[in-house]
Design a protein around this ligand. Structure first.
Ligand code: ZN
Length: 92
């Protein structure tokens, strides 16, 4: 695991819209500068951040992978109420 992932390697409960938004902004930055690669569905994390608040997505579940060491992480949040979610290392 790389140094960047040691800092990311934690379970973070997302309990309110502000912490969710902050986390998504951080992720969009790390994806934009190439530290993380996003795997999977549209809209992308960057699109979600740019179009905040996103009206038509009730549930966000995205996997990102470290560009340096391939460690995976999952962000999973129910956006309809802006709570009930987490950031966590991917299994395996
Ligand atoms: Zn890493």
């Amino acid at each position: 695991m790389c140094v960047g992932c040691e800092a990311r390697f934690r379970v973070l409960e997302v309990t309110n819209p502000q912490s969710y938004r902050l986390l998504m902004h951080e992720l969009a930055q790390d994806i934009g500068n190439g530290k993380l690669n996003e795997l999977g569905d549209l809209p992308s994390i960057a699109q979600i951040v740019q179009n905040w608040p996103l009206q038509n997505v009730d549930y966000v579940n995205r996997t990102v992978q470290c560009a340096a060491c391939r460690q995976g992480f999952v962000i999973s949040v129910e956006t309809y109420h802006g709570l009930g979610g987490s950031w966590r290392p991917a299994d395996g």
